[in-house]
Design a protein around this ligand. Structure first.
Ligand code: SF4
Ligand code: SF4
Length: 423
């Protein structure tokens, strides 16, 4: 817990805070309106739109009798938060107005996610404002500093990440997660009992099962669900109640299954180029890259390995021992061992996963997205590109920054890449 606040940074609301907060809300509406205009969009996407568009979830959280545990990244095992009787919330954000607000107190050359998180605090955006405890893994320098920047007005908890996944690191990570489990018990006053842990592991496992089934359909039938809708649906799990999300996803899966029977089953390809998206997190409401790729109708994202997408919910909790300590260890292992985040020294796991996904999803090419100034992805990019090229998979590398006037240039580069793939 960060307790050393002898030299606080005056994080005052910027004078134009209400205009920026308004512009953030406008960006949310614009993204949702754009998605809603897509032809033949599944009706079952509507509840996910409503979740982001309305204030009802924030009101629900404000009135909740249970504490809200916010986190960045995917390293906080949600099984533990749920079993302790708290509400998990993933609060990562990347958006122009929030980054602009954060840019008032941070230097220009800081990654947009870090700036947007400080901006979310200054603009009092609801996800961050809802958190009683904010858990931040030390995944990169920016995230490490956010523990202090965001932890002055709420309790910030630093989750120390190992640099690799060696046996020694794994044991240290299990200790780190057990330490967090102790704090969650204190926060809620509820012991992490075996039964509650088992129920939480089952609920989180159901999410994984559903993600795998929907993604399987996306891979088999490109028309089943577009990449932008898939990202919205997956990111709804950041803020939604887990049971609510499972029920809405079951309805979505049912509709998608019904769609791909009959005519579409006989003709699973819809003529568009199939792409895989990898790289820095793409975070709602800034889905600009997905709009640029999919809206012209020539390509569809059928797979991704984004931490803000499939990777978040893809890996199951593998339990060896159904005791309370065994379940905590299994949850810790789930968040470390299969994780392909570039914060680790090695990149081989990520490359292996990418190559396997490319094969499974039969993609024509890969788009590698790097948020400007996101060093972990930038540093790995050459090795990832080389591995993809060796496997004969074309890759387009794009740098993006929210709020930058580079849409026409990005559109041209994507069009040229699709043209090359088509030939
Ligand atoms: S890529 Fe890694 S460090 Fe960056 S947001 Fe995702 S999980 Fe966190
Ligand atoms: S991993 Fe990249 S995008 Fe995420 S906070 Fe760190 S530098 Fe920013």
């Amino acid at each position: 817990v960060s307790q050393d606040h002898r030299h606080p940074l005056p994080l005052e609301r910027p004078p134009q805070a209400s205009a920026l907060a308004q512009s953030h809300r406008a960006a949310v509406s614009e993204t949702l309106d754009r998605l809603a205009r897509a032809p033949a969009r599944p009706r079952a996407m509507q509840p996910f739109d409503d979740l982001f568009r309305g204030d009802w979830r924030w009101e629900e959280l404000r009135g909740a009798p249970r504490p809200v545990v916010g986190s960045l990244c995917n390293f906080v095992p949600e099984e533990l938060v749920l079993a302790a009787g708290a509400i998990p919330l993933r609060v990562d954000l990347s958006q122009a107005a929030a980054a602009q607000a954060g840019g008032r107190v941070l230097p220009a050359d800081v990654c947009p996610v870090v700036k947007a998180m400080v901006g979310a605090h200054l603009l009092e955006l609801p996800a961050l404002a809802a958190c009683d405890l904010l858990v931040i893994p030390t995944a990169c320098d920016g995230k490490r500093k956010l523990v202090r920047l965001l932890g002055e007005e709420r309790e910030g908890w630093r989750l120390e990440l190992p640099a690799d996944k060696s046996v020694r690191s794994r044991s240290r990570w299990r200790d780190e997660v057990t330490r967090l489990a102790g704090r969650l018990e204190q926060l809620t006053g509820k012991r992490l009992a075996r039964r509650a842990l088992r129920e939480a592991v089952t609920l989180v496992g159901r999410r994984t099962e559903l993600v795998r089934r929907v993604n399987q359909l996306r891979q088999e039938h490109a028309s089943a669900l577009g990449g932008s809708d898939a990202l919205l649906w997956l990111q709804a799990s950041f803020i939604a109640d887990a049971r609510w999300w499972v029920a809405r996803t079951e309805a979505l899966l049912e509709e998608l299954n019904a769609r791909v029977t009959g005519e579409e089953q006989a003709r699973p390809e819809d003529g568009r180029l199939r792409l895989l998206l990898t790289g820095s997190p793409i975070l709602f409401p800034d889905l600009r890259l997905l709009h640029l790729i999919e809206e012209p109708g020539r390509a569809v994202v059928v797979a991704d390995d984004l931490c803000s997408g499939t990777e978040r919910l893809y890996h199951p909790t593998t339990v060896d021992e159904w005791t309370a300590p065994g379940l905590v260890r299994a949850a810790a292992d789930r968040t470390l061992l299969p994780c392909t985040c570039p914060c680790f020294v090695g990149v081989d796991d990520r490359i292996d996963r990418l190559l396997a996904l490319c094969r499974e999803a039969r993609v024509s090419g890969v788009i590698h997205h790097t948020l400007r100034l996101c060093q972990p992805y930038d540093l790995d990019q050459a090795r990832v590109s080389a591995a993809l090229k060796r496997a004969g998979i074309p890759v387009l590398h794009l740098y993006l920054e929210p709020g930058t006037e580079d849409t026409a240039m990005l559109q041209n580069r994507i069009e040229a890449f699709l043209e090359m793939l088509a030939q």
